[in-house]
Design a protein around this ligand. Sequence first.
Ligand code: ATR
Length: 270
Amino acid sequence: MTKLLGVIGDPIAHSLSPLIHNGWIRDMGYDAAYEAMHVPDGEFSQALETLSKRDILGVNVTLPHKAAAFLAAYEASEAAKTIGAANTLTYLGNRSWRADNTDAPGFLSALDRQNPDTDEVVILGAGGSAAAIVYALTKSSYQVTILNRTVEKAQALAAALGDSSTVYGSINQYRECIDSAALVINTTSMGYQGDILDLPAGDGRLFFDISYGKVAAPQLTHARDRGWQTKDGLSMLVAQAAVSFEIWFGEAPDRAAALERCQWAMKAVS
Ligand code: ATR
């Protein structure tokens, strides 16, 4: 029987997750199908209930349901518990689910940094994506500064998931904070509003924007013009998907093949 997988979210129509997972399922010869599942806010539990009656293996979960996914789970990984959100659910049978958060390991794997000990990192934004990243970075001994438009949210995130070296502040302070940072990570949604940050000289440091495509392009072009190395969010998207896939199938998929398929798909729509 063909096993069902999918990604639950709203909006979900433009998700690249079906392309990524169905590519791996095909390449690796599994009898499974991965679908985009449009579920509005407030209807998450009902959707899980319906799925548990089908031949479901697991689901990815995206906005606005990541906190609901954690709360709905019968058991959860340490990362999901600490972050208080899950992007991966695995069906255990008997209407029970296990929650994992693969955004955190996915981010670290996409970052691919060998010697983090001395790295000062500035994280712009304090929403759900920033939470998984703060968790991943503080666990890996980075010194993290969280800057957000709403300072109280940066403060709350630092208190919940940071360590004794974690600092927070207003995004208006970004220029002075970036001076000593080896790495800047933009998790804000300002790119969706067409806004970009005017960056100081990068001198070969890394600017990582977790969005991708047209949303990230103006900021990343500006960063490169100012001498930054840049990375967009596609590698993180693929890496978190790969960790989810391995949870479900017990076998690591080919990330490079998925990244290439995503890059082609992005080009096709631009
Ligand atoms: P996600 O789950 O992807 O992190 P989110 O929870 O909606 O999304 O968080 C969006 C982040 O972008 C927030 O940190 C938000 O700042 P506020 O907490 O002050 O709302 C930030 N953001 C959105 N638009 C912004 C803008 N124009 N300038 C600066 N920050 C912005």
